[in-house]
Design a protein around this ligand. Sequence first.
Ligand code: ADP
Length: 477
Amino acid sequence: MNGKLYIGGKFSAATDGATFDVVNPYNLKKIGEQAAATKVDVVRAIDFAESGFAALKALTAHRRADLLRKLYTAMLANEREIAQTMTEEQGKPLKEAIGEVRYAASYVQWYAEEGIRVQGDILAPSSSKMRLHVLREPVGPVALITPWNFPLAMMVRKLAPAIAAGCSVIAKPAGQTPFTAVKFFELIDQVGFPEGSCQLLTGSAAMIGEALLDDFRIRKLSFTGSTEVGKMLAQKSAATLKRVSMELGGHAPLIIFSDADIKKAVKGAVLSKYLNSGQACIASNRLYVHAAIKADFVAALSESVRGLKEGNGMENADIGPIIDQNAYQKIALHVDDALAKGGKVLTGGRGYRAADGAGGYLYPATLLDDVDDEMLIVNEETFGPVLPILTFEDDDDVIRRANATPYGLAAYAYTESLTRATKVMEGLEFGMIGINTPGLGAVQTPFGGVKMSGYGREGGKYGIEEYLQTKVVNIGL
Ligand code: ADP
């Protein structure tokens, strides 16, 4: 594939023709080249986003909804092609990639409907000679910077509400996964949004990020990625007082109480940890199981985890390759650290190079026992298919330990007791809590975190608020 930029309603090469290589993380073979934008391209994209904003704002919300509905239909019609591209460049099993395309499309469908329900107010005045109006308007051109782990969903979850609200966008996907975004933009191109509504920039993240954030005309940044980069981008955004949404790292606890339904809990633990090879900000990163049921639970979980096979996402693997060497090394470091401090491998435990040894990095589904609160893996985001098991005896104590992290994105608990579920619901300091379910991404709900996991929400009626600002108009009679 030879991927281009998308600026002002047209696909184009970079002004200097520069490109970068995109590789398949399973075999490290080059799968194509992607345009690397220059500063001139970025400025051109901002110019078009400015005119595109005016054009998009001038459309009725109903017209924008029509266009989003067309996009939704096109995404479903092309789901296999997009998913194959995603698996090729990102590595996840094809069935998960298809699931991601459908999931992303559900946001386009939702915001086609939400956009026509944006409403202002007319307030009762305190003088008969005044009229008071509150208008809800789009914030302006927005920059969307997104990661490689869910290359389509993370971008679309921002783009759909932005367009529905009337904001033009400049999307900057991760360097590892630009082709999924190009495929998506081919559909954007077919739908017929006004020129300049949506731009796609790829290339140097630092240069593009800086040029977008330094420009006053970009009125908002929505970012999904690491806490480290998020903090830096929030600081840069302050110079022009852009509005900012940040969906950052997490360190999700998964608590299995003594009265948990073990079958349900095992299923939930497997899904919440091993989907996308654990490369998810809401992946459970530490499991606390009550001492009374530990033996039974761990036996059932181990059996289930042993059934997962790592390999090529195109060939029915359950666990695809790790995205790159850096990511792999972090996983290996966390496991080595745990083993050096007394941890024990129950299953999995050692990564390797794919295929003939020259390929990408695979890490088998791994369970670690005899883990304690001091180990790296219990404190830092692993972003890999490794689940450390810790034990607890006291409910209040496990809630305290679960909260002992600077992160606050997702948390999970399994219990059949309403009292315990309520304690968990009220006691855990996280933006999203799954009780007896690993599912936290429903399109209706506000996805996002607290503490160092960021601020801002994506999804449902909440997600569109991020792209709206309030204007008061008082009329004297
Ligand atoms: P991850 O650890 O998931 O790769 P990153 O925070 O590094 O998370 O990347 C998330 C997104 O942020 C990607 O699109 C990446 O290209 C982008 N990014 C990384 N560094 C910068 C930067 N200095 N300026 C702007 N964007 C950046």
